[in-house]
Design a protein around this ligand. Sequence first.
Ligand SMILES: [Zn+2]
Ligand SMILES: [Zn+2]
Length: 278
Amino acid sequence: MNHSFRIAAREALARAKTEIDSQHSERLAYAALELRMSIEAITYDRAQAYIEELPPEEYNTWKPKRLLEVLIEIDPRAAMSARFSLCKETKDGTPDPEAGWLDLGEERVFGLKEIRESYNRLGSYLHYPTIKQLKSGGHNFEKLRASCVEIAAKLEHVLAAKLFNANFKCLVNFECEECSFKVRKRFQPHDLKLEATCFTEGCKAIYKLERDTKDQDFIVRRKVHWIECTTQDCTHSVRVPHENVQEGNGWVCPQCSTEFVFMLGVARYKDEDVSTKP
Ligand SMILES: [Zn+2]
Ligand SMILES: [Zn+2]
C-alpha cells in the first residue's frame, strides 16, 4: 500500500505558510518544523518509488539526506530534475526528425544540495537558544523568516510539478538459490559487472552478475570462495559463501574433522612488494 507522502508534503507546506503569514516571530519555529516535515515527506515519496530495490534496513531511515544518498547509490538519477519529451521512432531506432517532440513536462526533485542547505538550517531554530546564543541576542527571527520564505518557495516549486517519481530502469531478475526470493538488480546500459544482494532477512546471499559478451544478458553466479584444507594430506576444499567471510565464522572439514575459524590477522609485506600494498 502506497502512502500519500506527496499530499502530506503539500499539507505541511500549507501549514508552514500559515505560520509564516501570521507575522508573529514566536510562530516561526512551527513554520520551520512544518517545512522540515514537508522535506521529509517529499523525500519519503521519492523513496517509495524505489521500494522494491531499497534494502529493508533503510526503511527506518528518517533523515532525508541519508535516505536520498541511499537512493542515489541505487540510481544516480534519483536526485536529478529532468524534462521529459516523447518522439516517434524511425525504423533504425533514432528519433524521427519529421515527427517532432511532444513535451511531457518537468520533474523537479528536492535534491541533496537543497536538503543540505535547508534541513539543518531550519533545525537550529527548533531548540531554545543556548546561553551563548542568548548572549548575542538569541535567535535571529529576521534571518529565520527569510529562510522560511525561501525554503517554502523552493518546496512549492517542486510540489507544483505535474510529473513526479519518474523511474526508468533496466533490471536483472533472478531467484535466490538459498531462499527463492526474487532478487531485482538495477543496471545502467554500460554496466558489465555488478554485485547483487538478496534482501531476505537471514539470507543476504551475494551474487556476481557479469554481462555475457554474446547475447548481452547478465550471467548470475553465487559469490563464493573455495578454500583448501590446510591439514597435511587432506585434499578437501570447502565452499564458503562470500557473506559468511566474517570474523568468528567457521567450518569443520568433513574429511579430516579439523575445525577452522575466520580471524583477523596482519601479514607483513616484503619490501620488494610495496607496490602491491592496498
Ligand atoms: Zn535469499
Ligand atoms: Zn581437511
